[in-house]
Design a protein. Structure first.
Length: 146
């Protein structure tokens, strides 16, 4: 019985460190959080008429991606690169919403809200870039590179 549990435990440990599983788990988590956070923000009175949920998710996802890339690929020893698959590729890939951003921008244009569409594009690009810069800067300031 002990041997069977040991084998099962090792099999689960191997599975959890597998690259595909890391991407899938990260992606599922990011996707679910995007859904919940987007719905929550969308119900706020201040978020009516503009896709603030997508903007906030894209900016925070950019920050997380910048911080994760710097921490996991630049600061920590080489054995941590697979964690980037979980956080950077999986979580951030599922969490950020670029395609949703594109559709919402088109919908703003279709509704005649050209000015809001332009604000959405400029704010998403500039604030998303700022999120990456801040994420990289924060981790770089706290932890030295390799």
């Amino acid at each position: 019985m002990k041997e069977a549990l040991f084998l099962i435990g090792n099999a689960l440990a191997d599975l959890l460190t597998h690259r595909v599983v890391a991407v899938l788990l990260g992606g599922a988590t990011g996707t679910y959080l995007r859904y919940v956070l987007g719905k929550w923000i969308g119900r706020r009175s201040w978020a009516q008429g503009f896709p603030f949920g997508t903007l906030i998710i894209n900016v925070s996802g950019s920050f997380i991606l910048g911080a994760a890339a710097t921490l996991l690929l630049d600061c920590l020893p080489p054995g941590y690169e697979n964690w980037y698959l979980l956080v950077g590729t999986g979580f951030c890939g599922g969490y950020t919403t670029f395609s949703t951003f594109e559709l919402e921008t088109l919908n703003l244009i279709r509704d005649g809200s050209w000015r809001l569409a332009l604000v959405n594009v400029v704010a998403s690009l500039l604030l998303g870039f700022l999120g990456v810069v801040l994420g990289v800067g924060l981790v770089s300031a706290v932890l030295p590179g390799r």
